[in-house]
Design a protein around this ligand. Structure first.
Ligand code: ADP
Length: 425
């Protein structure tokens, strides 16, 4: 199998978003958790997104991990590698976008790298090199107060120049609007001036198509899911990828018992749990007892084991804001959150050992804890249950394929659990 596109993502949720975007655009896509082992058995896919947690770590480490991921992808035939960053360009003057870009560019021998975090459909646009979040420049958006990477400058040409060894140029919107040839001509001019990377403006969805076509001439690009979409369109448009039901392979039936876990306390999840009560047995964990020790998770597992043969069950720690506050006041936010996440991971592990093959998890951190505990190497992306929440099929697990749905708290409609189980056969 030869990959048509490789991606290195600097965080897990960004990687999932990109993998889902690529699948929707017609690429059969696997997301891996960390750099895969050399012997990972991959299904037939067009793209692999390697998820790292490298956004806010020391730059040298981010560079080393990204180069490992890049080497793995190139080893599987990827000619183009996208370094996936946040669409708000989260970084500091020390990196990590610039240092990783410089290293991947040097390894690939590219003269110039196209860089754009633009994704117009989600309100991220770039004009004259300035990043807008909705209607305001980046430095006036909530990102100005980000705890790890506060963004005080909207001009990405300047921001990237502070992080990179190379000089940074601009391909402006007027050039992009004239099409891929005009972008190529501008890039050649920048290269002749000794410039090694260019921020590319994009304000409209169609700009991504132009940028994707131009980016595919190169070996490396840097950006968010928007440029990923552009690259996917270029691969499909040029016939290098035949786009037919990219999500189909993930949806093949696995059968077996199904269970749901809810650790999110968001408004959406609370009403989804209430609706699930009408169609399946629901156990509400006692959060106080969860913090006290492992007995509550054991009790939940026993409760589920007694019922799984009769159909899906749901175990929820979800509570109202008042209840969450009371627990946090007594034990501290971190202690309470961690204890409940680990209890959910314990329960997931027990359920899978007991034969569960289909697992729906509500809550971003909760999902992370579950995936880590189950040691899942990666996922093939399937059809969407709700916007941004695809069915995932595990790859490379010893116990055989499982289907998962991993949902951030606020995602999904009121009948989310039923919707998920309907698609996860
Ligand atoms: P979301 O996607 O809605 O943010 P997360 O799973 O990311 O959901 O975060 C929810 C956090 O709340 C987790 O750390 C979880 O362990 C914690 N939590 C879950 N139930 C309770 C509860 N009853 N009281 C306090 N914290 C809880």
């Amino acid at each position: 199998m030869t990959l048509k596109l490789g991606c290195v993502a600097d965080d897990y949720t960004g990687a999932s978003d990109l993998a889902n975007t690529l699948t929707r655009a017609g690429l059969r896509t696997v997301q891996t958790i960390g750099v895969p082992s050399d012997d990972l058995a991959l299904p037939e896919v067009d793209a692999v997104v390697v998820s790292l947690k490298s956004r806010s770590i020391e730059a040298a480490k981010a560079v080393a991990w990204s180069r490992d991921a890049d080497a793995w992808l190139r080893g599987r035939g990827a000619e183009h590698v996208l370094f996936k960053i946040c669409s708000t360009f989260d970084s500091t003057d020390a990196g990590n976008i610039g240092p990783v870009m410089d290293a991947l560019r040097a390894d690939a021998g590219d003269a110039i790298v196209l860089v754009t975090p633009a994704f117009p459909e989600t309100g991220r646009t770039v004009y004259q090199g300035n990043l807008f979040v909705g209607s305001v420049p980046l430095n006036e958006s909530p990102l100005k107060d980000h705890p790890l990477n506060p963004m005080h400058d909207a001009n990405l040409v300047r921001v990237l120049a502070r992080q990179s060894q190379t000089r940074i140029g601009l391909v402006n919107l007027a050039t992009v609007a004239r099409g891929a040839e005009a972008v190529r001509t501008r890039l050649a001019q920048l290269v002749s001036e000794g410039i090694g990377a260019a921020i590319v403006d994009a304000v409209f969805d169609a700009d991504l198509t132009t940028i994707g076509a131009a980016a595919l001439d190169h070996r490396v690009s840097v950006g968010a899911s928007g440029i990923g979409l552009g690259l996917a369109r270029a691969l499909v448009g040029s016939g290098r990828v035949v786009s037919a039901h990219a999500d189909a392979a993930a949806m093949a039936r696995v059968g077996g018992p199904a269970a749901c876990l809810a650790g999110s306390c968001s408004q959406a999840t609370l009403s989804q749990v209430a609706n699930a009560e009408k169609i399946m047995p629901v156990l509400h964990l006692d959060p106080e007892r969860v913090v006290e020790g492992p007995d509550e998770a054991r009790r939940a597992l026993g409760w589920a084991t007694d019922r799984l043969a009769d159909g899906p069950v749901l175990i929820a720690s979800s509570a109202t804001p008042d209840e969450v506050q009371t627990l946090q006041a007594r034990h501290g936010r971190e202690v309470a959150g961690y204890a409940i996440e680990q209890a959910m991971a314990d329960i997931a592990e027990g359920l899978v050992l007991g034969g569960v093959k289909r697992l729906v998890v509500a809550g971003g951190e909760t999902s992370g804890a579950v995936v880590d505990r189950l040691k899942i190497p990666g996922f093939l992306v399937g059809a969407e249950i709700a916007a941004g929440v695809p069915v995932l099929r595990t790859v490379g697990t010893q116990a055989g394929d499982m289907l998962l749905a991993l949902k951030s708290g606020n995602f999904g409609g009121p009948q989310f659990f039923a919707d998920a189980l309907r698609l996860m056969r």
